[in-house]
Design a protein around this ligand. Structure first.
Ligand code: HEM
Length: 202
């Protein structure tokens, strides 16, 4: 008998955390589409700047987590991630000064921090479409106004796959998966609230 057939454990057959995140938060991703459609970020540079300010506050929440050694251990390539500086530079390009806001992730730690990062990293993966709109509708670019939507230098897919590998390492126990998913739900809640605030949506 092939020994690999008798070493299967419950760890190996549970659904991957990345799969659970994608499927269990799909409705919240859809809600982001709805809010973006209502906010019309590509109707004008002024509308788009509202989106960038939401992005900036969310990215501050995300990069706040990077200082935590437990997050650094869980995601070893944090130095290539995060779009706080890019969002701030975009706001400057657009002539907008960000309002003050709290850090919404101040009380977030591992493993929920991974769920927050999932939402941010996934939004980078899906931002190719938004970048195209910013270019064609508003004349912006990765060097002016739309840095926050640019691919990471290594490419969107590669950096995403590395993040998914961090999520799907076997070192997280099953019950910790629930906390990661709750973190992702909270992060979507934060981004949704920011979009509503900055687009003036009810
Ligand atoms: C109109 C706005 C948006 C569009 C058109 C969009 C589009 C997409 C697309 C096409 C993907 C799949 C990319 C791929 O597999 O190559 C994706 C993934 C994702 N997006 Fe969005 N997105 C939008 C807004 C957002 C926002 C605002 C967030 C969160 C703040 C977000 C979070 C995510 C996440 C977490 C994933 C990864 C899903 C997974 O594979 O687990 N998206 N998006």
């Amino acid at each position: 008998m092939n020994t690999s057939t008798i070493t299967i454990t419950s760890t190996e057959i549970r659904p991957a955390l990345s799969f659970r995140l994608k499927t269990e938060t799909a409705a919240l991703h859809e809600l982001m589409h709805t809010l973006m459609e209502r906010g019309q970020p590509f109707a004008s540079r002024a509308n788009y700047a509202r989106f960038v300010e939401a992005q900036y506050h969310f990215q501050r929440d995300i990069e706040f987590l990077f200082a935590d050694p437990a997050v650094q251990a869980a995601v070893p390539d944090l130095q290539v991630r995060g779009r706080e500086a890019a969002s701030l530079a975009d706001l400057a390009d657009l002539g907008v000064v960000a309002q003050d806001d709290v850090i919404a992730s101040a009380d977030v730690s591992m493993p929920a921090a991974l769920g927050w990062m999932y939402v941010s990293e996934g939004s980078t993966l899906g931002a190719a479409f938004l970048l195209k709109e910013a270019k064609t509708q508003l004349g912006l670019s990765e060097e002016f106004g739309a840095r926050n939507l640019a691919a990471y230098p290594e490419g969107r897919a590669i950096v995403w796959r590395r993040f998914v590998a961090s999520l799907d390492r076997d070192s997280l126990e099953g019950e910790q998966h629930e906390e990661v998913i709750a973190g992702a739900v909270a992060a979507y809640g934060r981004f949704g609230a920011l979009l509503k605030r900055h687009f003036n949506l009810a």
